[in-house]
Design a protein around this ligand. Structure first.
Ligand code: DAH
Length: 349
């Protein structure tokens, strides 16, 4: 009997060499461990073994079963590893193949221009301060030296809230942020901020939209003069429109500044020679500015005998129109992808 076990073991050792793939592995497994397999047959012989031999037979039988099972398992692992290695070897990745085209979005021209403004001013030590679009009449007008009934309010007619909010409106200028920044500054000390954001007016044509974007600048300190204002705005205009740009200051009027100026730059289309864009003048008006009116400083708690300041404001849409050659402001807010896509990768310099 025990020899029979020995024979099964030997024949299995030989059959092991037949295993070359998963199919032959399975065939060998079935022919030893399957229902009619050789090892299974040996176990069925147990009942005919005399009692005194059962123990030895059982031990030998277990040994051969463990041997067969573990060898088959080892073969299986080896085959799997071989298959994996072959697969890895065959599967090379061709990194020179062109990839699927990634669809990229593009920055909105207003985002680009706002970032450009902020870059230039933060590089000069300004911080960006943002105020809300819904403002009180007080902050938008009164504390900027525009009391109720002031004639200059006409040019900034806007949208008003109703009922218990009737003192609130959609801000018509980012100058309101000046008031907020001054009031929030508890030390009533120096300030150097730019305030970008949306503003609203009752306007709508090719160059005016009911909603547009301004940026405001405010510098407050001791010994601030018109020279600081001129130097800053000249530098800014050259940085945003090009080094060759010439800048001109004209006296003007704003209720919140005294004296007030308007800033013109040489037309970037014709370089100052005169063309349709600059109406043959060679100049284009780009900014309003001036020395902060003492009343404005005082109304927000500053001592105007100690502190002076200058302020400026401009429409960012205008700059985007100039820089990117946009002729109708309404296209900026129309959100037509075909229009916006044109600015993809457009160089800002
Ligand atoms: N807020 C003015 C406007 O909307 C622009 C402006 C002019 C802002 C002069 C200023 C300034 O800060 O000093 O027309």
């Amino acid at each position: 009997m025990n020899e029979k076990i020995q024979l099964v073991k030997e024949s299995f050792s030989n059959d092991l060499n037949l295993i070359v793939d998963m199919k032959t592995l399975n065939d060998v497994r079935v022919s030893y461990l399957g229902k009619k397999g050789k090892v299974t047959e040996l176990s069925q012989m147990m009942k005919d073994i005399p009692n005194e031999d059962k123990k030895t037979f059982g031990m030998l039988l277990n040994e051969v079963r463990n041997y067969v099972t573990s060898e088959i398992e080892n073969k299986k692992k080896a085959l799997e590893e071989k298959a994996l290695n072959e697969k890895l070897e065959k599967e090379t990745i061709d990194i020179t193949l062109p990839s699927k085209k990634v669809k990229r979005g593009s920055k909105h021209p207003m985002t680009r221009i706002e970032e450009r403004f902020e870059d230039i001013f933060t590089s000069m030590g300004y911080t960006v301060y943002e105020g809300p679009e819904i403002e009180s009449d007080e902050n938008c007008f009164q504390k900027l030296n525009l009391p109720k009934g002031h004639a200059a309010r006409d040019a900034q007619d806007t949208f008003y809230l109703k009922d218990e909010y009737e003192n609130y409106l959609l801000r018509s200028q980012t100058s309101t942020a000046q008031v907020r920044a001054m009031e929030e500054n508890e030390e009533k000390g120096p300030l150097r901020i730019v305030c970008p954001g949306k503003v609203y007016r009752r306007d709508e044509d090719a160059t005016h939209s009911h909603q547009f974007m301004q940026i405001e600048g405010l510098v407050i300190d001791k010994d601030i003069s018109m020279a600081d204002l001129k130097g800053t705005l000249e530098l800014f205009c050259k940085k945003i429109l090009g080094e060759k740009t010439k800048v001109r200051f004209r006296p003007s009027y704003f209720p919140f500044t005294e004296p007030s100026v308007e800033v013109d730059v040489t037309c970037f289309k014709c370089g100052g020679k005169g063309c349709a864009l600059c109406k043959q003048t060679g100049w284009i008006e780009v900014l309003g500015a001036g020395m902060v009116h003492p009343n404005v400083l005082e109304m927000s708690g500053y001592d105007s005998s100690k502190y002076q300041g200058f302020a400026f404001g401009t429409g960012m849409d205008r700059f985007a129109m100039f820089k990117y050659g946009i002729t109708d402001i309404r296209t900026i807010y129309g959100n037509d992808i075909r229009f916006l896509e044109q600015f993809d990768r457009k160089d800002d310099e």
